[in-house]
Structures are given as structure tokens and as C-alpha cells.
Design a protein around this ligand. Sequence first.
Ligand code: SIN
Length: 329
Amino acid sequence: MPRLALLATGGTIAGTGDPQHYQAAVLDADTLFASVPALREIADWHIEQIFQLDSRDLQPGHWLQLAERISALQADPGIDGIVITHGTDTLEETAFALHLLLPLGKPVVLTAAMRPSDAPDADGPGNLLQAARVAATPAAAAHGVVVVASAHIIAGADLIKAHTSRVDALRCRAGSEPIGHVATEHINIRPALARSLRHALPWSTLGILPRVDILYGCAGVSADLPGLCATAGAQGLVLALSGHGSIPEAWRSGLQTLMEQGIAVVRATRITEGGVGNNCNEEDEIFGSLPAGILSPQQARVLLILALAANPRGDLRSLFRLAGGASPY
Ligand code: SIN
């Protein structure tokens, strides 16, 4: 039997209650594990509660805490794979951070649920069992961090939460496909393609993670928002802009001043498909902002936080080009 580790972090998968009395992160790791007896038939287990939170309350420091613990478990010869239970709300950020931080090693599988553990149609037990089966499959390791939900195996860098309430809310971003599926006891996983980004940022030496804010673009943006964020301590800004990521006139001069002061500015889009490429409005390029490529605003923020912490004077432009890939436009 393989030996797997279960790291529990909270979320609805460990939540209880009907919609009026719902609470995330109630069941502890041992209780969650005991609620799915079939897990014992798949592997021997090491079980750990690493933190117990509703994922909306996670901080960037939790990404590092998880990366550190997973990395230690990967180095442990007595462990063959790692399953992490997590809330769905910020799962895409944790999945992307772990994708950036962890080198390839043993299978690392995140899973979650949309229905609390005591709901009649709870999806957590099935997702946890399927995640365990994937973590016990050595071929999963070649894909890096993956997410298992509703029988789909999704690359950590491709995950989005695409619905606020449907049970199949966790999906692949537009233009990408699951890397595999779980068919009862059978794991269909395609061979790993070379992925564009395997940075293994030097997280063990990261100091304090900088504040990076997301500013949402819309008709009639308030001109003072970028300056307010900077005054409050932001060292980077990610703009979730309309259209193809072109900066509204009201923000231009303020952003230019902030960039001259060393604050990094990344242009992402609030539109779900297409991304922001290098060849949009020349003025945006000239004054030094960076295109996010296909990264969502929240993914771009994860990358900017980690990149600024790892190397404040580093070449952010090539890092974003590598991570965000080419946008089709
Ligand atoms: C959470 O993200 O922790 C709560 C919501 C969920 O898991 O679906």
C-alpha cells in the first residue's frame, strides 16, 4: 500500500450546516478522514491539520506555510503522495502559488467541496476519495500540483472557480482541458507536456511578503485609488482592466508617478478569455506596466507577491512573459 499524507486546511469540505447555519472549517482532520472509510483501503495515512480556515481568510503567508510543509513531506521517503483539503473560494490562488513554489516531486493533489460535509448531497467524500486515488498514482507527479474535483484532474495553474454555487464550480480556465479524469478506481491521466513555468521560486529565503492590491477597472474609476493603495503600503498593483487591458485616462498619470517611485504595475483583464498581450496600447507599454498574459488578476497578484519577495529588483517582465505565456491578441 502507498503511504499518503492528508493536510487539512478547512473550507466547506470540512464545513457543516444548512445555508442558514453554514460554517466552513468545522470538522478537524481526523474526523474528516474518518468520514470516508474507503480511504483506508487505498493507502496508509499520515494526517495533519495544518490550519483550519474559511479560505476567504487565507493570507499569502499560508501559501508559504503549505509549500514548506509539502516540501518536507516530499522529501520524506516514507510518503508517496500528498492530499490537501481546502476551501473552494481562494483555491485557485493557493493552487497557483504552490505551482510556482514547488519543484516537481511526488503527487500533490488539492481537493475541495461545494457542499458542507453534512449535506445530503455532499460532494466532499467523493472528491477526497478521488484525490487520494490520484495522489497514489505516480504518473500524477509529472504534472506538478493538481486539483481533483467532480472527477476532473486539473493542473493547478489552470484552475478557476467558475460558479458561485454549482457543485461542478471548479473547472479549467478557457482554452485549457483537464489533464485527466477519475473513473471510479481508474485514473486516466495524460502524459505530462513540458509546461511553460517551473520556477521553484526560492521561497525558503522569502522575507516578508509585500502588499499587492488588485484594482478593478470600470466606467468612471476613481482617480485616487492607485495613490491610496500606495500610501497604505502596496508595493505592487494588479489592474483588472476592462477589454484588452488598456489603462483608463483617470489612472494614467497617478500610475506613472507610482511606477517612477518603484511600484510595479501589472495589467490584467476582468474578461475571462483572451488575456492581455504585449502588443496592446503602446502608451501602456511605454510607461512600464507589465502585461499579465493569460494570468487572471488573482493569479497575477500571486506571482507579483512572490516575485517581489524573492527578488525586488528582478526582471519582472520576463517572469510575467514566462508565466503568462503569449496572449492570442
Ligand atoms: C471556503 O472557501 O473555505 C469556503 C467555501 C468553499 O469551500 O466552497
